[in-house]
Write a protein that binds this ligand. Structure first.
Ligand code: 8ID
Ligand code: ZN
Length: 357
C-alpha cells in the first residue's frame, strides 16, 4: 500500500507571540523519505480543540512553544507512511491512530520505566514543542500513537485522547471509589463533561459545578446527580457540602482553567478527601488553608494527561459506549472563532475540527 503525499497542506498556524491564528494553505508536509526511524506520517481526520491549545497560543504557560505554532494535541488520523528502518512497528499502514499531548517519550528513562511517560526527560509535546494536529498531516512515532478500535467514531475518539485520558487518569488516582461523591468544577466543559461520565461509569456519585442552563442540562443528562452554578451560588462551600450528605465530597477533580475553581476545594472536601489538580492556569498559586489541609487530612495531587496504558483504557471505555463525547463539528478554518468561544466559556462539551475543511 502506498499513498500520494502532497507537498503542502492546510494548517491553522499561530505565527508568533501575541499573534492570532491564520489559515495557511501552503504549509509544508514532511515527506516519507524525511521521516526518522520510528516515525510515521498520519493523515488527520479530525482533532478536538482543548483549552490547553488556547493557553499555549496565548503564551499563558511557562513552556516556550515552537513557532510558527501548529497547535492541537487530540487528533485521529490514518497512518500513511512509516519511516524506513523502523523496527517492530505496532501499527500498520492504513490503521487509524490517535495523537495525544505526549507526542514522544523515550521509554527508557526512570520516569518512563515507572509509567510516568508524561514526565519523560525527552518528552515532546504535540502542538507545543512539536507541530500538532491543527493540520492535515502530522509526524508522529509508531510506539506512541494510540490505536483506535474499529467502529469508534474518529471525531469522538479525538477528544478522548486528551480530555478523556486526562480525567480518566485523575479519577483513577483520586482514591474515590464506588458510591463516593466526586465534585467536578468545570463539569460542562471539554474535560469536565467526560469526567462526569467516567466517574459515573466507575460507580461514583457526581456533583457538577459550572454555569449556565446549557451546561446544567448537559451535566444532568450525562449522569451528574446534582448541579451547582458557581456564578449563582453565594455560599459555594455550604452548597457543595449539603449536596454530599452534609459532609462534602470524597474527591474534587478540578478542571476549571482559572484558579477560582480551586480556591474553595479544601474547604468543601470531606475529611480525608483528595483534590485532583487538572485545570492549568499558567501563573496561579494554590490559595488554600494549610491549617485545614493538615487537620482534615486532605491530599492534593497534580494529574498530568496519562501514559499509553491510560490512553488505551480511556479509549476502550469510550468505544464501548460507556462514555460519549458531546461535540460540535467545525472545520480547521474555524479555529480562531473556537478560541474566542472557549475564552468566553461558551463551549458546552467539545468542539472537534474536521481536518478536511
Ligand atoms: O493534563 C492535564 N492536567 C490537562 C489536560 C488537558 C487540559 C489539563 N488541561 C487543562 C486545560 O489547560 C485547562 O486549563 O484543563 C483546563 C480545562 O480544559 P477544557 O476542559 O478544555 O476547558 P473548557 O472546555 O473551556 O472547560 C472549562 C470549564 O470550566 C468552567 C467553564 O465554564 C468551562 O465550562 N469554569 C470556569 I472558566 N470557572 C469555573 C469555576 N470557578 C468553572 N467551573 C467551575 N468553577
Ligand atoms: Zn488537551
Amino acid at each position: 500500500m502506498s499513498y500520494h503525499i502532497p507537498k503542502t497542506q492546510v494548517a491553522a498556524v499561530v505565527p508568533g507571540r501575541n499573534q492570532s491564528v491564520v489559515i495557511q494553505h501552503d504549509f509544508p508536509v514532511t515527506q516519507p523519505s524525511e521521516l526518522k526511524p520510528g516515525q510515521c506520517l498520519v493523515k488527520m481526520i479530525g482533532t478536538g480543540v482543548c483549552h490547553t491549545d488556547l493557553h499555549v497560543s496565548r503564551w499563558d504557560w511557562p513552556i516556550e512553544p515552537v513557532t510558527p505554532l501548529v497547535g492541537g494535541h487530540e487528533g485521529v488520523g490514518e497512518v500513511v507512511a512509516i519511516a524506513a528502518h523502523t523496527e517492530a512497528s505496532p501499527v500498520k499502514l492504513g490503521q487509524r491512530v490517535g495523537i495525544k499531548w505526549i507526542a514522544y517519550s523515550c521509554g527508557d528513562c526512570e520516569q518512563c520505566r515507572q509509567g510516568l511517560e508524561q514526565n519523560c526527560v525527552s518528552a515532546k509535546l504535540s502542538g507545543c514543542t512539536v507541530n500538532g494536529t491543527f493540520s492535515q498531516y502530522v509526524v508522529s512515532w509508531v510506539h506512541i500513537v494510540t490505536p483506535i478500535p474499529e467502529g469508534f467514531d474518529s471525531f469522538a475518539a479525538a477528544s478522548v485522547l486528551c480530555a478523556g485520558v486526562t480525567v480518566y487518569r485523575a479519577l483513577k488516582y483520586s482514591d474515590a471509589r464506588i458510591g463516593h461523591w466526586v465534585v467536578i468544577p468545570g463539569a460542562g466543559g471539554g474535560l469536565g463533561h467526560l469526567a462526569v461520565q467516567y466517574a459515573v461509569a466507575m460507580g461514583m456519585r457526581v456533583v457538577a459545578i459550572d454555569t449556565g442552563a446549557e451546561k446544567k442540562k448537559l451535566c444532568l443528562e450525562l449522569g451528574a446527580e446534582k448541579w451547582v452554578d458557581f456564578k449563582q451560588t453565594t455560599n459555594l462551600v455550604s452548597a457543595i457540602k449539603e449536596a454530599c450528605d452534609g459532609l462534602g465530597p470524597h474527591a474534587a477533580v478540578v478542571t476549571s482553567p482559572y484558579s477560582e475553581g480551586y480556591t474553595q476545594a479544601v474547604d468543601y472536601l470531606r475529611p480525608g478527601g483528595t483534590l485532583m489538580a487538572v485545570g492549568m492556569p499558567g501563573d496561579a498559586k494554590f490559595e488554600t488553608s494549610i491549617f485545614w489541609t493538615v487537620v482534615k487530612n486532605i491530599s492534593i495531587k497534580g494529574s498530568y494527561v496519562g501514559n499509553r496504558q491510560d490512553s488505551i483504557e480511556a479509549i476502550e471505555i469510550a468505544a464501548s459506549g460507556k462514555v460519549k463525547v458531546i461535540y460540535a463539528l467545525k472545520g480547521l478554518s474555524d479555529l480562531g472563532q473556537v478560541y474566542n468561544d472557549l475564552q468566553k466559556g461558551n463551549v458546552a462539551g467539545r468542539i472537534v475540527l474536521d481536518s478536511s475543511k
